[in-house]
Structure formats: structure tokens, C-alpha cells
Design a protein. Structure first.
Length: 249
């Protein structure tokens, strides 16, 4: 009974947040320069762990939108080069430095690296908003991916990164388009999943700043649909995403 009450309360909170997301989507009509000015008003320090295709693409547009970004990986020379190209709002550090630096931390590593990331920065990301772009693939991530796919990627990430306030996002859109979404703001929806209403409120403007309209599909148990190969994968309008979500479950 208590579990039902908690589930109902969580659902109510998520619905309230979904309403707030819709209300603020008016910003989407603005060109990038104006949106960047708007982003500057909520300028956020973002630490990125995993500065490859996804981390590099999204981090670069966040920098251009006026946020302060620290890139990190296991190869700091690569991160320094990336940051140097982007200017004063970008810097490079170790994963621990990035986890400490970010009010928001985005983790964008191969799924099999999540236990290593947890061992390295787990103490620093407890209580922080963490955007999880990571997808489990058996061909790349082995047994961990088999386990994560059975459990569902969202619930698996929660277990792998205990205490982090995870928002799953940027999971099922190719990295090549991630740097271009701001050219047509709001055209493409970004399905997101999280159990944490406060984290959704912090992550949503950051997603919007780079041109995507966040669409909350539900709690972390819905994270299993934020993966390539699911009905939600690929570029879709916010309304299309809502229609597809209504057919799930
Ligand atoms: N590619 C896409 O279009 C796409 C789209 C959506 C989601 N995703 C998912 O997002 C995640 C990242 O994908 P990607 O394509 O960006 O991969 P990627 O290009 O291979 O980049 C992975 C990054 O993680 C770093 N890394 C690996 N192990 C690490 C560790 N133990 N600690 C810290 N950093 C580590 C790598 O650098 P070092 O090896 O130098 O440490 C690299 O910077 C994956 O889970 C992927 O499935 C990918």
C-alpha cells in the first residue's frame, strides 16, 4: 500500500514537471543567439565524463550557448585540445575534477565503463544531477549489457551509479545531428526519463538550450525505451514522441 502511495506521489510530481516543461517551451521560437542570451541567464557549470562523439558534440554546443563546460576522459591531452578549440568557457580536467566542477554532470561513456566511472567518481556524483547518455550493447559492453538490457537501461544505470540524480537523455539520436539541433529549435523532441522531479527541472533547460524540446516519457523504468532499436529511437517531433509513449506499456 505504501509503495502504491509513493508511486502515485512520484507520478503526480512528474506530471507537474511535465506541465512546467511545456509552459517553458515558448523559448523554442528564438534564434540561437537569443537562446544563448537566455542560456547565459542560467549559465551552468557542466562536467562531462566521456568526451567522445556524444560528449564532444553536446559539450561543444553547450559552450556555444554560454555554459561553462569541463571535458574529461582517460586522455586529458585529447580533452585539452577539444577545450582549446572552444574558447574560454571550455576547459579540460580529470573525471574527478569534472565531477566536482559540474553542478550537472553528463556521463557519456561506453556502458561497460560505468562501473569504472562509479569507482572513480561515485562519491562526487552522489546527490548531483547526472545526465546519462549511455546505452548497453552486448557486442561492445559484454555481460554487463546483457544484464542491463534485461533490467532496463534506466534502472540499470540507477543501480550502477547509486545516489546520482539521473536523467536519461540524448540516448537514441545519432551524435552527428546533436550539434545542429539548435538551428531549428524545438523541431526535434528529446525523450527523457527520470524519477527525480528536481533533476528534470535542472536538466530540461540545458536540453532546450541546444535545440531539443525535452519530452518526459516517465520514470527510470521507462529508460529502457530510450535506446536505439526502440519505437522512440530516431528524430521525432515532440508530439510524435507523446503519441508513441501513449502506445507503450
Ligand atoms: N555515438 C552515438 O551516436 C550515440 C548516440 C546516443 C548515445 N550514445 C551512447 O553514449 C555513450 C557514448 O557514446 P560515444 O559514441 O560518444 O562513445 P565514444 O566516442 O567512444 O566516447 C566515449 C568516451 O568515453 C571515454 N571513456 C571511456 N572509458 C572511460 C572511463 N573509464 N572513464 C572516463 N572516460 C572514459 C572515452 O575516452 P578515453 O577512452 O580516452 O577514456 C571517450 O571520450 C555510449 O554509451 C553510447 O552507446 C551514442
Amino acid at each position: 500500500m505504501k509503495a502504491n502511495r509513493v508511486a502515485r506521489r512520484n507520478r503526480r510530481r512528474l506530471l507537474q514537471v511535465a506541465g512546467a516543461i511545456t509552459a517553458t517551451s515558448l523559448l523554442n521560437g528564438l534564434p540561437f543567439a537569443l537562446r544563448a542570451a537566455s542560456a547565459a541567464q542560467h549559465k551552468t557549470k557542466i562536467g562531462i565524463i566521456g568526451s567522445g562523439k556524444v560528449g564532444g558534440a553536446i559539450g561543444s554546443v553547450w559552450v556555444k550557448a554560454g555554459h561553462e563546460v569541463m571535458f574529461s576522459s582517460r586522455h586529458i591531452e585529447h580533452d585539452k585540445e577539444l577545450a582549446a578549440k572552444l574558447g574560454a568557457n571550455a576547459r579540460a580536467g580529470t573525471p574527478r575534477e569534472a565531477a566536482e566542477f559540474g553542478k550537472v554532470v553528463m556521463i557519456s561513456v561506453p556502458y561497460h565503463a560505468l562501473p569504472d566511472v562509479r569507482d572513480n567518481v561515485g562519491d562526487l556524483i552522489k546527490g548531483k544531477v547526472v545526465i546519462d547518455t549511455c546505452n548497453p550493447f552486448v557486442w561492445r559492453d559484454g555481460e554487463l549489457a546483457t544484464w542491463a538490457r534485461e533490467k532496463g537501461a534506466g534502472l540499470a544505470s540507477l543501480e550502477l551509479l547509486p545516489g546520482a540524480r539521473i536523467v536519461r537523455a540524448f540516448n537514441a539520436i545519432g551524435y552527428v545531428s546533436m550539434g545542429n539541433a539548435h538551428k531549428q529549435p524545438g523541431r526535434v523532441g528529446m525523450p527523457i526519463a527520470s524519477d527525480d522531479a528536481g533533476a528534470i527541472q535542472i536538466a530540461s533547460p540545458l536540453i532546450r538550450d541546444i535545440g531539443y524540446e525535452p519530452v518526459l516519457v516517465g520514470g527510470m523504468e521507462m529508460g529502457k525505451y530510450l535506446m536505439p532499436g526502440t519505437p522512440l529511437a530516431g528524430e521525432r517531433t515532440p508530439d510524435e514522441i507523446r503519441e508513441i509513449v501513449a502506445t507503450l506499456n
